[in-house]
Write a protein that binds this ligand. Structure first.
Ligand code: SAM
Length: 207
């Protein structure tokens, strides 16, 4: 899209390999660097420099210390630069009746990750039961939903593993995020909030 330089960062070797595949698919551009490192490592993040655009979809809530990660990534953004974040919503109250509250899913994910193979299969099975029940209660066709699945590039089955296995897991309401980043001199330019357990999406401008 015309960027002079692109830097991709992840802590995990499988994720790095995935980005390398994208890099190969784009004919190995020389101005696209792929670096292994942790967003929680302040010195590493500082060593990357500063950027016009910082983009992070669904990452900082999986680090185990989301607010420390926020504190580090804000240093990556140049003044007048943009930062896009997608962060799991804190789902609670009446919105959690069908979707389950974020605190509930935190317990499920912890249990799933601490379980052996059989335990994991049982939890996956229970998730299916929950999924089908939800669809029947809402008088929707779950099979049609599964058939048309794949918007994110993952099969329905792997998306369930991704959800159950996605731990550490933190969350925040859209307002909590706006409040936090406004105190760090970030103006909110655009938001797309959810009321379920998905991600709130926010675009900020650094002043
Ligand atoms: C849900 S995935 C990101 C999804 C991806 N951005 C997308 O759009 O499909 C979460 C990623 O966060 C990475 N991650 C977790 N902790 C991290 C850390 N401390 N530093 C950097 N990356 C981290 C994981 O390795 C994983 O690749």
């Amino acid at each position: 899209m015309g960027a002079k330089e692109v830097v991709s960062v992840d802590i995990d070797q499988f994720s790095i390999k995935c980005v390398q595949q994208l890099w190969i698919r784009e004919n190995k551009p020389k101005n696209w660097k792929i670096i292994t490192g942790s967003v929680l490592d302040k010195n590493f993040i500082k060593s990357l420099g500063q950027f016009d655009v910082v983009y992070s979809w669904g990452v900082l809530h999986h680090t185990g210390d989301m607010y420390r990660a926020f504190g580090n990534v804000i240093n990556l953004v140049k003044n007048n630069g943009l930062m896009f974040l997608a962060i799991y919503n804190k789902c609670h109250g009446k919105n959690a009746i069908l979707a389950g509250s974020s605190r509930f899913w935190l317990r499920v994910k912890r249990k799933y990750n601490n379980s052996g193979n059989i335990g994991k299969k049982i939890i996956e099975f229970l998730y299916y039961v929950y999924f089908f029940l939800g669809f029947f209660i809402l008088l929707k066709n779950p099979f049609k939903y599964i058939k048309n699945y794949g918007e994110r590039g993952m099969s329905f089955y792997y998306d369930i593993i991704d959800w159950l296995g996605g731990y550490p897991y933190e969350f925040a309401t859209g307002d909590e995020l706006i409040n936090y980043f406004s105190k760090k001199s970030f103006l909110t330019k655009k938001v797309k909030f959810t009321d379920n357990t998905g991600c709130n999406e926010l675009l900020f401008l650094k002043k």
